[in-house]
Design a protein around this ligand. Structure first.
Ligand SMILES: Nc1ncnc2c1ncn2[C@@H]1O[C@H](COP(=O)(O)OP(=O)(O)OP(=O)(O)O)[C@@H](O)[C@H]1O
Ligand SMILES: [Mg+2]
Length: 330
């Protein structure tokens, strides 16, 4: 049987000091195929970035993967040495970071940063690396690649920097691209262009993409499958069609009802009161119970398992079956 591109199994990522540990991600389980776009959606603090940094092997200090498995094309990444991980990062798996500062160095030109990545991973001459860099800038829709090649990041607009980051991420033709909130800081028109570009990269290079966002609307037209995360846990995972046509988790339903719709301009938008709890202060039961309008007693004490309610549709809610039958719980 063909190996999936990425197979994440029950990953628990914690922040640990001498005395205690707190999970930022727990029970993360999913599979990604070549050429597939997986959206990971959730509010601020739900563990999206820690999930992606776990895959990249780039966790911050005190952050460790306590248990679970991350297989890339069948190969276990958890526990790989830095040296081994360096060979994979940038070449096989690339990431567009939420903080541009993690991706672009202000003191080097765009060209030198692009060439550095290519030269680190591939046996090509400097001339060839330059040619490929310029080609890649053209591929990501930069109109004057020679000029941008010689520019410093601070001389470019936000949208242009984002294109450059995508060019760097794609320059060694990775099979997997993780894009962490790639368009949050950009205006709507540029956002749409960047999303088109990601889709084209998938079509052109067959790259598998994990697209991370706090906004369900962003993944609506893009993702083949979607994971809704909350408080470090998966609340729901389904195909885009399943998730948008019959969401089973109250949190997903709340998120969907808070998206502005053109055809419902008079209706007041739904607002999920409150914020994601701190990882040091998660409820014992369902992590969403403190904000859930459908919570019952056991939701506060028993942690719900992620259950497959129909083929390919997973929900972690004690009342999932009830809500599935009713069609909607909101
Ligand atoms: N270095 C750290 N030390 C301790 N806790 C941390 C650290 N970095 C993140 N956390 C905690 O881990 C949890 C998950 O954070 P993460 O950055 O993954 O959230 P996110 O979903 O990416 O949020 P956002 O949408 O704001 O980017 C949060 O509760 C956060 O406070
Ligand atoms: Mg984040």
């Amino acid at each position: 049987m063909k190996e999936p591109l990425l197979q994440v199994q029950d990953v628990r990522m914690v922040f640990r000091n001498k005395k205690q540990e707190f999970a930022a991600v727990d029970g993360l389980t999913f599979q990604l195929e070549q050429g597939e776009i997986l959206g990971i959606v959730g509010e601020s603090g739900s563990g999206k970035t820690m999930a992606s940094l776990s895959i990249m092997g780039l966790l911050p200090e005190q952050g460790v993967i306590a248990s679970g498995s991350i297989r890339y094309r069948g190969r276990e990444l958890v526990g790989l040495s830095d040296k081994e991980m360096c060979k994979i990062r940038g070449k096989e798996i690339s990431m567009i970071f939420q903080e541009p500062i993690m991706s672009l160095d202000q003191v080097f030109t765009v060209g030198s940063q692009l060439m550095e990545g290519i030269l680190a991973h591939e046996k090509v001459s400097k001339e060839e690396a330059k040619k490929r860099s310029l080609d890649m800038l053209r591929t990501v829709g930069i109109p004057s690649p020679e000029r941008v090649f010689a520019s410093y990041p601070f001389e470019l607009s936000g949208g242009m920097c984002q294109r450059v980051m995508i060019a760097i991420a794609l320059s060694c033709h990775p099979r997997l691209l993780i894009a962490d909130e790639p368009t949050t800081a950009l205006d709507v028109t540029v956002q749409a262009q960047i999303m088109d570009l990601l889709r084209q990269s998938r079509d052109q290079f067959d790259v598998g993409i994990i697209l991370i966002t706090h906004d369900l609307d962003v993944v609506k037209d893009m993702a083949d499958r979607i994971i809704v995360m909350y408080g470090g846990n998966m609340m729901e995972m389904a195909s885009r069609e399943q998730l948008f046509s019959h969401p089973c988790h109250s949190y997903t339903q709340g998120l969907l009802r808070s998206i502005p719709r053109l055809d419902a301009s008079e209706e007041r938008l739904f607002n999920i009161e409150g914020t994601v709890p701190d990882i040091r202060n998660m409820p014992a039961g369902c992590h969403f119970c403190t904000r859930c309008w459908n919570a019952q007693e056991r939701c506060h004490t028993e942690h719900p398992a992620l259950v497959e309610v129909e083929p390919g549709h997973f929900v972690a809610c004690h009342r999932a079956e009830e809500f599935r039958k009713e069609g909607t719980a909101v």
